[in-house]
Design a protein around this ligand. Sequence first.
Ligand code: HEC
Ligand code: HEC
Length: 329
Amino acid sequence: MKSIILSALLVLSGSVAAAERNEPVQPIVPPGNINLGMVELGKKLFFDPRLSRSGFISCNSCHNLSMGGTDNIPTSVGDRWQQGPINSPTVLNSSLSVAQFWDGRAADLKEQAGGPIANPGEMAFSHTLAVDVLSSIPGYVMEFRQVFGNTPIGIDAVTTAIAEFEKTLVTPNSPFDQWLLGDDDALSAKELAGYELFKNSGCIACHNGPALGGTSFQKMGVMAPYEARVPAEGRSAVTGRDADRFNFKVPTLRNVELTYPYFHDGAANTLTEAVDIMGRLQLGKTFTPEENAQVVAFLKSLTGDQPRFLLPILPPSGDDTPRPQPFDR
Ligand code: HEC
Ligand code: HEC
């Protein structure tokens, strides 16, 4: 009996030691400390197209939670079918990033959430009009009161609730995380070989931390220039510094299997292509087809549990709710 307990303890301490594999990547942890009522409200707002001028576009249009939090097209389509200037990054695990947007111009999720509503190329509304619409919907008036108390609905509460919902959009439990937490069988030999290549080749210098990205801004095209399909200049748009030209926030590689096409211009359709470009342009390294396949296999082991919830049912418009202005062809 004693020896059974002892060996159980040994197994336990063994797995604890394995949990501290001391890797430059940490497992995704489920969100702690969230306000559930606020999350439910934020979820409704995330799915509500009435936050757009046309009544047609919601956050979920471009950050589709059935498709890894992206739209899977090179650059997003917004109000009046306008083709956006840049690829839509995933909202999954975006709470783990140092800042929001490719150039980091929003400090956090709350600041970010105000952007698209008023962006003429995206939802093409204004904060005032969005608040007017919400304030005319009895179901929302009640729910905002429950969550935020008796003050009139304001854009601050709207973006706070959306950000709280976005905090829940993390994806724990990927095969790679199971491996990080001590399960030796969670990765195949090929996936593990890919991870070794990822570390030894130097990808890890930029793609690190729990999100394998989102921790810094880095130049796109370190060893050789990148010919982008869109004019975005990256971080220099925020800092005004020439040295920051063509520096972009390093994207997360979590769920990267789902978030194609890749890069800020959405020019790479496949992971094979993206890994090849990264190897050559960032590290001056040309992977053999076999190595490339190993790295791709590793990247696919980063797909975690996708957020799952009941589709929110939105409160109906009231008689006085301003009507949407759908755009024509
Ligand atoms: C018309 C498409 C579109 C709509 C609608 C839209 N977004 Fe985005 N979103 C984008 C694009 C494109 C970017 C990247 C813009 C950039 O970096 O300059 C982005 C960036 C983001 C980011 C930053 C992610 C990161 O890693 O930097 C978050 C978070 C986000 N959007 C949340 C939202 C929320 C919340 C809404 C609804 C209020 C919304 N988006 C509506 C297209 C859209
Ligand atoms: C010097 C820093 C740096 C290194 C090293 C680096 N990357 Fe990147 N990676 C970036 C940046 C910055 C981007 C975004 C570039 C852009 O969109 O213009 C990126 C984008 C990506 C993307 C596309 C993600 C998306 O959602 O669009 C993949 C996949 C990727 N890297 C994999 C790798 C692999 C594999 C390696 C090693 C072979 C690697 N990276 C090495 C900085 C780096």
